[in-house]
Design a protein around this ligand. Structure first.
Ligand code: MG
Length: 339
């Protein structure tokens, strides 16, 4: 009798969409379930004596290593800071592990390390420990980076999906799709009239200000899977629905043109300097104003609101001409190795 073929991991299992979530729920969680892990937040919250911290880890496999607006090093520092920041903490320290392919050019590695150093200094975090591994030619694509990050939780700040209620507003701190469309167009060697630039940025300065001065109930950075993935995670976790208005979602015309041309839905495209915040209706205008006063929130917008779920928690988009469509959780196949 023929042997049963084992199921295999697909590239799409790393896409941050349905397949990633399935992999984590079916294969990872059953073996590792615990109180800190199970909420599957951007960071784990831990109590160490009288100190409350956030801890996160990320790996970076972006291709190409250098792109308009950043590089794998800047991406690694910003991405780790952002996972700490949106969980309601002030990032303090990072770890840095380099997995380097034999033959990788030292000057390229130095450029990346310079970028890591600069981004860390600019954001008041220190790289406090690390590791260096090398693998044979062909076993890695130049360089992979893994980081961990620790942040100190902001006192009295306790974001959670359970705090979300019908009537809450959904705030986005700027344009979507910039990072993903920049990466894919550079990878495909396509140049557009106005150059696309990644939004890669560390958000902690802005998020700390928002958490400390306003009533933000929940926040998540919209990375892999884009705005669509984050909104779907929110409705699933909160058991409510969200209605967003297409006309309110900021998108650069050049990014929209690139997405249309290459056949992508900009809602599914990765960002590296964007968060979605759920805020109470009473504080929504103040949150928006505060966001817009910060360089990383100038194009912020209130894009929709939380509504009651009619059985299934759905994200619905009201189109510019008054139609409605359901925004689904992306499958994960859209854009491999985007971060
Ligand atoms: Mg995140």
């Amino acid at each position: 009798m023929a042997q049963h073929e084992p199921e295999r991991i697909l590239l799409a299992h790393g896409g941050g969409g349905q397949l990633t979530s399935q992999l984590i729920r079916e294969l990872v969680l059953p073996h590792l379930r615990n109180e800190a892990l199970s909420p599957l937040g951007d960071s784990a919250r831990l109590e160490l004596g009288s100190t409350s911290i956030c801890l996160t880890t990320d790996s970076y496999v972006v291709k190409p290593l250098f792109f308009h607006g950043g590089d794998i090093g800047k991406l690694a520092v910003c991405g780790t800071i952002n996972d700490l920041a949106v969980a309601g903490s002030r990032p303090v320290a990072l770890t840095l592990s380099l997995i380097i392919e034999e033959g990788f050019e030292k000057p390229l590695l130095e450029r990346i390390l310079q970028s890591i150093g600069r981004t860390a200094r600019e954001n008041n975090v220190s790289v406090v420990t690390g590791d260096t591994k090398t693998v044979e030619r062909g076993s890695a694509d130049g360089l992979f980076i893994n980081t961990a990050g620790v942040g100190v939780r902001l006192p009295g700040v306790n974001p959670g999906l359970d705090r979300i209620k019908v009537g809450d507003k959904v705030l986005l701190n700027g344009t979507i799709g910039d990072h993903g469309m920049t990466i894919i167009s550079q990878r495909e060697g396509i140049e557009f009239e106005s150059r696309l630039v990644s939004d890669c940025a560390a958000l902690a300065d802005l998020t700390c200000m928002l958490f400390e001065r306003t009533g933000v109930k929940f926040m998540r950075d919209a990375t892999r899977g884009g705005l669509a993935a984050v909104l779907n995670e929110i409705v699933e976790g909160a058991g409510l629905a969200i209605e967003i208005r297409d006309a309110n979602i900021p998108v650069r015309p050049s990014v929209q043109a690139a997405a249309d041309m290459l056949g992508f839905d900009v809602l599914n495209i990765a960002n590296e300097g964007k968060f979605v915040a759920v805020v109470s209706p009473e504080t929504a205008d103040a949150c928006l104003e505060l966001c817009r006063s910060h360089p990383l929130g100038r194009d912020a917008a209130l894009i929709g609101e939380v509504v009651a779920s009619q059985g299934v928690p759905l994200v619905e988009l009201r189109t510019k001409i008054g139609g409605r469509r359901i925004v689904q959780m992306p499958y994960g196949r859209e854009l491999p190795r985007i971060c």
